[in-house]
Design a protein around this ligand. Structure first.
Ligand SMILES: NC(=O)c1ccc[n+]([C@@H]2O[C@H](COP(=O)([O-])OP(=O)(O)OC[C@H]3O[C@@H](n4cnc5c(N)ncnc54)[C@H](O)[C@@H]3O)[C@@H](O)[C@H]2O)c1
Length: 465
């Protein structure tokens, strides 16, 4: 009997250390190492991918809860796009979104509802882009269905909840030659865009360390998610389940898969002190063991020797923060809790010497002057910054994102964010959970470009001639 048990234990150990799963991992030299499945012969890289220009982009929206209707409204301000279909689980939500179109003098769209209404929407011949704002677990299955039916997809964050789903997005996009963009709106906020421009102009020297986070007390919102999907997800998973607002903008600063790549990740979470209290008060004491730590910190080291710190914290009372910090050999920028810039004396412009202490933030006046000077070129195009502030959506960044998506499709340009961004940023959902489950073991991150991470020279935003 004892012998049989030993054999079973050894077999189990062997299984845990050698993964047959093409999307799984093995444990090697005390590290979790993810498999990178070879690219099937019928697929091609999507790096720099562009399609023929689309005169008017016909859009179908799926998911009209708290987030979706705002996007419908924003699209009414974009000339080169038409909302042709609306879909939700509930008919009344579709009808409310129709009212948004009517209010803007736009024609009513075709409505779909029910669990599988999205299939009819994706099967239509007259849709170019499917825009998803559904619960996280539905992002990848619906996006894959849409791409399989010839549609480009734009997916709310995070685009995927597992490594298998990340590969599903990459493989489907590569095989169907359809764009797959994650709607990471925080990449388009004014401070982040301006800092990105400063990074690219060399103001910070070599960027060595960056930070980002999603610190947002969701207490007022838990009851409002359809079917309690968000609390359920947080209740059942440890790790950084919502990493992309933090990681997106700073990966752009580091040219991830455009000259550098994320190599190694370590994640650590607190216990669920407040999380358990929240679950107990919602469902009854002890009904669930709440899995998600009150705070999760993740450190990532890149191939080129840079580090990234990411945090997630959504149950404790605290001021909203996405942290956003850039530390370079010549300067520093910080967005939360106060916007600040500190630059060394290497600044090329006529900034007063008193503002170049580099041990302190420069004065507000000097910062504002520099921020104006380095306003990102995409926000200058056609008065986009001003229009975005009027249309709104998190202060305008949501509109800049939607505008750029349609601008690139309309002009036949590569999109600002590609499917590899979506996969890399979303992959943290599973990778952080697996690291934590193994006592914060380092994770060797999968390379979704399959070795092509240094083929593109730096991040650029495509502009029409
Ligand atoms: N980028 C941002 O700043 C931001 C902000 C808020 C939410 N989000 C993201 O937007 C997404 C939606 O979040 P939310 O806050 O609107 O949640 P929500 O629960 O309010 O809305 C989800 C909607 O999807 C619908 N739905 C569910 N199953 C469906 C199906 N099978 N077919 C069609 N519709 C279906 C629901 O009925 C609901 O109306 C999430 O991914 C979230 O992370 C992003």
């Amino acid at each position: 009997m004892k012998r049989i048990l030993i054999v079973i234990a050894l077999a189990a150990l062997a299984f845990s250390c050698t993964s047959q799963d093409p999307y799984g991992y093995v444990i090697k030299d005390n590290k979790i190492v993810y498999n990178v499945p070879p690219r099937p012969a019928d697929q091609q890289s999507m790096l720099g991918f562009k399609c023929d220009p689309i005169e008017n982009v016909r859009v179908g929206f799926v998911g009209l809860g708290m987030r979706g209707p705002g996007a419908v409204s924003r699209f009414c301000y974009i000339d080169d796009a038409t909302v042709v279909a609306l879909c939700d689980l509930f008919e009344d939500r579709v009808e409310s979104a129709q009212k948004i179109l009517e209010k803007h003098g736009r024609p009513r769209a075709e409505g779909y509802w029910g669990e599988e209404g999205y299939k009819q929407l994706c099967e239509r011949e007259d849709i170019d882009l499917v825009y998803l704002a559904v619960p996280w677990q539905l992002h990848t299955p619906i996006a894959v269905y849409a791409m399989e039916h010839g549609k480009h997809v734009a997916i709310e964050v995070p685009a995927a909840t597992s490594i298998k789903e990340c590969w599903d997005l990459v493989n489907t996009s590569e095989r169907t030659r359809r764009h797959c963009m994650m709607l990471e709106n925080c990449c388009y906020d004014f401070f982040e865009l301006t800092c990105l421009n400063m990074v690219q102009q060399g103001l910070f020297g070599e960027v060595v360390h960056v930070e980002g986070s999603y610190c947002h007390n969701l207490e007022p919102y838990w009851d409002q998610y359809q079917g309690d999907w968000r609390m359920r997800y947080n209740r059942e998973h440890s790790g950084d389940v919502y990493p992309t607002h933090g990681i997106g903008p700073v990966c752009q600063d580091l040219n991830i898969h455009r000259g550098d790549k994320m190599d190694l990740l370590v994640s650590m979470g607190t216990d669920a002190f407040k999380g358990q209290e929240t679950a107990d008060s919602r469902y009854g004491k002890g009904a669930y063991n709440y899995a998600n730590g009150d705070n999760t910190s993740t450190i990532i080291r890149t191939h080129n020797g840079k580090t990234i710190l990411i945090e997630h914290s959504v149950v404790t009372p605290q001021p909203y923060s996405r942290m956003y910090q850039v530390q370079g050999t010549e300067g520093f920028a910080n967005k939360y809790p106060v916007e600040g810039l500190a630059l060394g004396s290497a600044v090329p412009k006529d900034v007063s010497i008193y503002d170049l202490d580099a041990e302190e933030y420069m004065s507000d006046a000097a910062r504002e002057a520099l921020m104006n000077e380095y306003q990102h070129p995409i926000t200058k195009e056609g008065g986009l910054a001003e229009k975005a502030k009027t249309v709104g959506g998190h202060g305008g960044m949501d509109f800049i994102m939607d505008y750029r998506l349609i601008y690139c499709l309309h002009n036949g340009l590569p999109l600002d964010q590609d499917v590899y961004d979506a996969a890399e940023w979303s992959s943290l959902v599973e990778l952080t959970e697996v690291s934590i489950e193994h006592g914060s073991m380092p994770v060797v991150m999968p390379d979704f470009t399959r070795g092509e991470w240094n083929k593109t020279e730096g991040l650029s935003f495509a502009m029409a001639e």
